[in-house]
Design a protein around this ligand. Structure first.
Ligand code: GRF
Length: 208
């Protein structure tokens, strides 16, 4: 049985598209069963609908970038109603809080466009450029109450060039995001991810 995935989005949905494509082509053992957005205009909702996936705007009921209260309950209820095994944040622009996290303990992933723990928060690619790092990248991690600080599942590294702009670096990183997010979902689906001492161990990966 493919892993039932619920995806939370706010914007253009390119990671969602990558996950849908690799699920449908059976490159990964997953099925996106529901997509939830805090923005009714998010292009990601259209991507989901075009793919025949249930997609809903759920009012976040606050202008603050968090998911709390009645709105948080609505997200939890909808994810449960669709019997999701895994929740993937894919460009979801809100901080998720204790309640959702404990309802889906070790079952929520996020993708961040930096090599965590460097450059947490918004505008990670710009922060990397401004700092002058030689390598940047993307990280898929479990979501805990420590924002962008949960155990790391997969990372991908890209070079940073001297003439890079925020746009060119973001594009190079995004290509890797589209590769490692589906891969992390497939590892989860295959029950190959264990957590020990707050670190992720991947079964069958002995450092090669
Ligand atoms: C990605 O860069 C992701 O790493 C970050 O938000 C962006 C979402 O892009 N969390 P998309 O909506 O998946 O195209």
């Amino acid at each position: 049985m493919p892993c039932r995935v619920g995806v939370l989005v706010s914007g253009r949905g390119s990671n969602l598209q990558a996950i849908i494509d690799k699920s449908k082509s059976r490159e990964i053992d997953a099925e996106v069963v529901v997509v939830l957005s805090d923005d009714p205009e998010a292009y990601a909702l259209q991507i989901a609908k075009k793919a025949g996936i249930k997609a809903y705007y759920i009012d976040p009921e606050t202008a603050k970038p968090v998911l709390v209260g009645k709105a948080e309950d609505n997200y939890i209820d909808t994810l449960k109603k669709h019997k999701v095994d895994l929740v993937c944040l894919a460009g979801f622009m809100r901080i998720v809080k204790e309640k959702l996290i404990s309802e889906f303990e070790w079952k929520i992933m996020n993708i961040h466009p930096a090599l965590l723990p460097s450059f947490k928060g918004l505008h990670a690619q710009k922060k990397a450029l401004d700092y002058g790092v030689r390598f940047a990248g993307a990280t898929v991690h479990f979501v805990t109450t420590d924002v962008d600080g949960g155990p790391i599942i997969l990372q991908a590294v890209v070079p940073v060039y001297q003439d890079d702009t925020e746009e060119s670096l973001s594009k190079r990183i995004l290509k890797e995001e589209h590769r490692i997010y589906p891969e992390a979902i497939d590892l989860f689906s295959g029950n190959r991810i264990k957590i020990k001492d707050n670190k992720v161990l991947i079964e069958g990966n002995n450092g090669e």
